[in-house]
Design a protein around this ligand. Structure first.
Ligand code: PHE
Length: 451
């Protein structure tokens, strides 16, 4: 078996983990949720949940990963031999396959929209709803983009932890920031900027209903990639010097900043065109925004061309830095469990995701009638992971670290053997023991009965 990979630098640790966190969740899913749930009030609740629920679980995943130096199944076996905690690990690997499969479908759409923007096809008074629907339901085209996207993910993962994942994230995450800043600048100069900002910054608490609060918790988990062992896997490549709490804090800051900045890109643009509403749901980015590019830049088509190209390339790169982390959950498990080479393990994961991803993609077209528990493959995978496995993982991880692991081991990991202030470690431990399991249990139960 190949020797275990590890990240080569502290900045590599933060950028690779931030790369996993920053993805379609920050731009596509966040703006959809903000648009649907009334703007600033949703964002405030989301921030609270990031701080008190998702961040402690993220630190918990780091503790498990670094203390065990193993994949998401064997980590539990090493830390609690002979017990059943590793069943959660198997569920995480399954979730890794499922998330990567449906995520790659949407990522394939972003690849298609990037290519279309490059060719200048996202303009010219077209009916974007018709274009989008005919693309996603086409028998082959979305599948082709799905394959290409998975192949790109495969290429990065098969090159290994330091040469593939770390190197790729170190280039891409800063590039993402540059693109975001350019787009924020353009968007803030659009006529609807004031109204868009008001929507994002002035909370209307009357919009805060129970489902809105629960969506905010789900969004916090999805956006930080916690609950499915992704960060456990990454942390198993950390060295003893990495500071777990401050790395987790930086990752949360970067992830939240990207989410809020992408709101600064999307909403000023949307409010710049009369008759377009912000609550379009998942079509916001693929149907509403192209119409905005058309109308807002009708006098300046070159600017519209650059804006739309940069925007879809941003989505594509963000999707890639996340998909490699989902791929790595499964690759690390297969590689270590079956003593395979990284190349073979990665090839197996890619092949399985091509099959599952195709099923998800076809659920928008030829297989739209195929339903399991009343849902198509895409919705089923999305539901099973975001509403079931991730919250369950959050509960199990916080209970495992908060109550099952020895307190001394956890404190040692959190303080790097006494080199970091103990007070913040105590706060994190308190959140892991009491706040996170209870808070997440509420979403979990709601997810099950609220369907
Ligand atoms: N956090 C990623 C995003 O925001 C999605 C993700 C979920 C990545 C689970 C890895 C694991 O898009």
């Amino acid at each position: 078996m190949e020797s275990r990979g590890r990240f080569g630098s502290r900045i590599g640790v933060v950028l690779a983990s931030a790369g996993s966190a920053v993805g379609l969740g920050n731009i596509w899913r966040f703006s959809t949720e903000v648009g649907r749930n009334g703007g600033a009030a949703f964002i405030l609740v989301y921030l609270l949940f990031v701080l008190f629920l998702a961040m402690p679980v993220l630190v918990g995943e780091f503790v498990i990963g670094r203390a065990s130096k193993a994949n998401t199944v064997d980590c539990y076996r090493r830390l609690a031999p002979g017990e059943r905690w590793h069943m959660m690990g198997y569920l995480s690997v399954l979730a890794g396959f499922m998330v990567l499969s449906f995520y790659s479908v949407v990522a394939g759409w972003t690849l298609h929209y990037s290519c279309s923007s490059l060719m200048g096809h996202i303009s010219g008074g077209l009916d974007h709803a018709v274009l989008f629907n005919s693309f996603v339901s086409h028998p082959f085209r979305p599948l082709a983009y799905l394959f290409v996207f998975l192949l790109l993910t495969h290429l990065v993962v098969s090159r290994g932890v330091q040469n593939g994942i770390e190197r790729f994230s170190k280039c891409m995450v800063p590039l993402l920031f540059i693109i975001i800043l350019i787009l924020v600048f353009c968007s803030l100069n659009m006529p609807g900027a004031r109204e868009g900002l008001r929507y994002l910054l002035q909370p209307d608490f009357s919009r805060l209903t129970t489902p809105v609060v629960l969506s905010a918790v789900g969004q916090a988990f999805f956006s930080l990639s916690v609950g499915i062992g992704c960060m456990v896997t990454y942390a198993s490549y950390f060295d003893g010097e990495t500071r777990l709490m401050s790395s987790a804090f930086k990752i949360c800051m970067i992830d939240t900043l990207v989410a809020v900045l992408s709101g600064f890109i999307i909403f000023p643009a949307v409010f710049s065109v009369d008759g377009i509403s912000a609550d379009a749901g998942p079509g916001l980015v693929f149907i509403t925004l192209p119409s905005v590019f058309d109308s807002a830049f009708s006098g300046l088509p070159v600017l519209g061309y650059c804006f739309s190209l940069l925007f879809y390339v941003l989505l594509l790169l963000a999707a890639l830095t996340s998909s490699i982390s989902m791929h790595e959950i499964c690759t690390a498990f297969i590689l270590e469990r079956f003593s395979l080479s990284r190349r073979w393990a990665a090839a197996i994961v890619t092949a399985v995701c091509i099959v599952l991803g195709s099923a998800c993609s076809l659920s928008f077209g030829a297989w739209s009638e195929v339903k399991i528990f009343g849902m198509g493959f895409f919705d089923l995978f999305d539901y099973a992971t975001a509403k079931f496995i991730m919250p369950l993982g959050g509960i199990v991880i916080s209970l495992f670290v908060g109550w099952r692991l020895e307190r001394r081991l956890v404190m040692d990991e959190l303080t790097n053997g006494g080199h970091v202030a103990r007070i913040s470690a105590r706060v994190v431990l308190f959140l892991l023991r009491w706040v996170a399991p209870v808070g997440v249990a509420i979403i979990f139960v709601n997810g099950l009965i609220g369907r």
